[in-house]
Every structure is written in C-alpha cells, then in structure tokens.
Design a protein around this ligand. Structure first.
Ligand code: CTP
Length: 402
C-alpha cells in the first residue's frame, strides 16, 4: 500500500533517532518516496548524511540552504505529502505541535500539512507520564493526528506507558493499514449517534447515564478516516471532533436525537447507533426549580422513541444499520433479539461483566453478531482500535452488498 506514496519523515532530538534510519529504510523498501525533515536537535543524534543517502534526497532542516540561500517551502512539502510521520517525537516537539509554536522547519511543515499525521513519541517515562505531555498528546489526537504508542492493544503496558518509540516495523504496519482502509467507505455517508441523552426534570436537573461518548466518537473518526462523510449526532459529552469530514449535531434529549437521526438517515448509506439513549423521560418538565418538601415525590416517566427501531423501520434496500447492546445477562440471546426487533444488519455486544469494557473507560471488548455466520470477538483494546475493526466489518458488508 505504500508504493509511490509521498511521505515526510520528521525526526527530532531523541536517542531513538537512530531507529528513524531503520524506519526510513523500511519505507523506501516498500516503494515510498520519503523526504526527511529534521529539527536542529535531531541532527545531534543522527547525521543528515546517513538519512539523505538512505532516502536519496537531501535532508531538509533549515528554512534556507546555507550555501545557496535556496528557500525550502514547507507549504509545498505539506501539499506534496500523502502522510507525515514524526518519529521519534520528543515532548518538546509534541508540545510545539499542540500549541502551534512554529520555530523550526519540522513544526512549520506540520502546520502546513494537509495529509494525515502520525506521531511516534519517544522520551523518558517520567516525561511521558507528565500531565503536560498527556494533555499535549490529547490535543494532537483532538486535531485528528494519529498517535502511535508502543504496545498498542496491550492494555496493561499501554496504561503504564513506556515512553519508548514504537518499533519501525509496527509504524510501517500502522501506515500500511491506514492507506488500505482509507478508501473503504469513500463516497458513502454514515450517521453515528453517540453519548448519553439528558431528560429534563426541571431547569437544573435531568435523568442521564454514564455514557462518555468515547466509543461513538471513535466510530465517527474511523468512518471519516475510511473516506466517509459522517453525520455525528452527539448527546451531551465533553469530547471534541477534529476531522473535517465529520459534521457534528449536538443534541440533549432522546426526542432531539430522534429528530436529528431520522433526518440524517434519509441521506445516509449506513447508521451506527452507539448512543445510550434514555428509554424514558419525565412526563412533565417543571418550568421552575422543584422545591424540597418533606413529602415523598413520584416522578412519572413516559417512554422515549426507539431511534434504532425507527431507522430499522425506514431502512431502504442497500442501507445498513448497526446497533449496540449493553447487556448484563443472557448477552448473546438478548443481543440477537434486539437485532431482529430493530431490523439491524449487525449488533455490537458489550457485556458489563467484562473487565475493561463499557462505560467511562478508554478500552472496550465486544462481540459483533451478524444475521449469519459466527460472532466475531474483538479482544480488549482501545476504543479507537475497536472502532476501526467495527468500521472494517461494516465496510466489508457494504462493499460486498451483504
Ligand atoms: N437505541 C435507540 N433508541 C432508544 C434506545 C436504544 O436508538 N430509545 C439503540 C441504541 O443506540 C443501541 C440499541 O438501540 O444501538 C440497543 O440499545 P439498548 O439500550 O441496549 O436497548 P433497548 O432497546 O433500550 O433495550 P433495554 O434497555 O431494555 O435492554
């Protein structure tokens, strides 16, 4: 997949810079065209001569070439690239990228780059674990950048974090998979619902649930990365979206989510219903704050519309519908009956009995159940990775017309 791809390899001042030479060699071997851009500190760790002889191109490091005065255009480089990889990325470069401090050629190129950006951090463990670094990495993620951390997929080591740069072979594998997926939903529109709903009781109180929206946002991102136009209907969550192909509609209640989803599904090729929609809402909403009284109080609830079931009812030939089921018991049979009742093409089962799965965490472990065939188990990994797997399955169904 990397044959003929234009790749900018950014190298910064870390001891792991020597690994960048291996990475460069692997990229060239796969047929990519690579332009190396280094920070001044990067040159202290590995010589530009090594890198230019591997890439067959002069290394760019300064804004001007010293002897000729030729200007290196970061804008042209940013347009030329199909991808930019910064490996190793130090805490300092990550901080500069997160905050737009463009005082060298590498960060300037990053800011001009229209292509997807992959960042492989490398630093000592304390620096890596520092809240400032964690925050800056979160900012980069929210801009739509891909952070490649070692031991991705292995929960324990991911959480402890090693600060070590990911191995070059694995970085190439991530990139390869990225280009393979990139076109799988091209030309398609996908609706994703995410997060909880809030059902008002009075101006200051509501009925809600613990959904963080992380799984739904990761799905929206994965669909966009696969080339789809995404309509993300989001309940109240504290998450940002960065991808230009995601149109986000913020809603609060199940009724609002219903209206937005029904309208969007009309123009969509598929929908993924990931929101934790409240099944009931207070029958009446008080205009004024309810006062405390010594008496018992009864809150009467009325049923909310079932959004997934309504979309299942409206589903046209060639449209797809994916649901989620969060179960505590009789998981598979409950999930299968939801799939049938809501006319879903497949359902993603979350069991609250599994450690590292479900609400409020960054990881998930799910089983994907289709109408035919054996269920597919996706082992415990980051929600962003689970999302990619689910979108891969959806894209396969859609492209094969199953
Ligand atoms: N769903 C929906 N609208 C609702 C309730 C659920 O769109 N009002 C969707 C969810 O987004 C999910 C699927 O339906 O994709 C199953 O949700 P779940 O809460 O597990 O199912 P319910 O039908 O509410 O069944 P129960 O709460 O009784 O288990």
């Amino acid at each position: 997949m990397l044959k003929g791809k234009h790749i900018i390899l950014g190298i910064t001042g870390s001891i792991a810079a020597y690994k960048a030479a291996y990475l460069l060699r692997l990229l060239i071997k796969q047929g990519a065209e690579v332009q190396v851009v280094m920070t001044p500190a990067g040159k202290e760790f590995i010589t530009p001569v090594t890198l230019s002889s591997l890439s067959g191109k002069p290394v760019v490091s300064e804004f001007f070439t010293a002897n000729t005065g030729e200007w290196h255009s970061h804008v042209d480089l940013g347009l030329w690239a199909d991808a930019m990889i910064i490996a190793p990325a130090t805490a300092s470069t990550i901080g500069k990228m997160a905050h737009g401090i463009a005082d060298n050629m590498l960060v300037t190129t990053y800011l001009s780059c229209k292509a997807p950006v992959f960042v492989a951090p490398a630093m000592d463990l304390d620096m890596y674990a520092h809240p400032s670094t964690r925050h800056n990495l979160d900012l980069l993620r929210s801009y739509g950048n891909h952070i490649i951390e070692p031991a991705t997929g292995e929960l324990a080591s991911h959480l402890t974090g090693k600060g070590r740069m990911e191995e070059p072979e694995n970085i190439v594998a991530v990139l390869d998979r990225f280009f393979e997926r990139k076109q799988s939903l091209a030309g398609k529109t996908v609706l994703v619902t995410a997060g909880p709903t809030y059902e008002k009781i009075d101006p200051v109180r509501f009925i809600g649930n613990y959904s963080s929206g992380k799984m739904g946002f990761a799905l929206a991102e994965a669909c966009a990365e696969a080339g789809a136009e995404v309509v993300l209907v989001a309940g109240p969550v504290a998450l940002k979206t960065g991808h230009p192909s995601i149109r986000r509609i913020d809603v609060e209640s199940a009724a609002e989510m219903y209206r937005a989803a029904v309208e969007a599904y009309d123009h969509a090729d598929a929908a993924i219903m990931c929101a934790a929609v409240a099944d009931y809402a207070p029958e009446t909403v008080s205009d004024v704050k309810l006062k405390r009284s010594g008496e018992e109080r009864v809150l009467r609830l009325k049923p909310n519309p079932d959004i997934a079931a309504e979309l299942g009812h409206r589903k046209r030939a060639g449209q797809y519908l994916v649901g989620f089921a969060l179960e505590t018991n009789d998981e598979e049979s409950n999930a299968r009956s939801k799939m049938a009742k809501k006319n879903l093409d497949f359902i993603v089962l979350n069991s609250l009995r599994d450690a590292g799965a479900g609400f409020r965490c960054d990881t998930n472990k799910v089983t994907v159940i289709g109408r035919e065939g054996k269920p597919v188990e996706i082992p415990c990994k980051l929600k962003t990775e689970v999302a990619v797997d689910i979108v891969d399955l959806l894209a396969r169904c859609m492209n094969e017309g199953r």
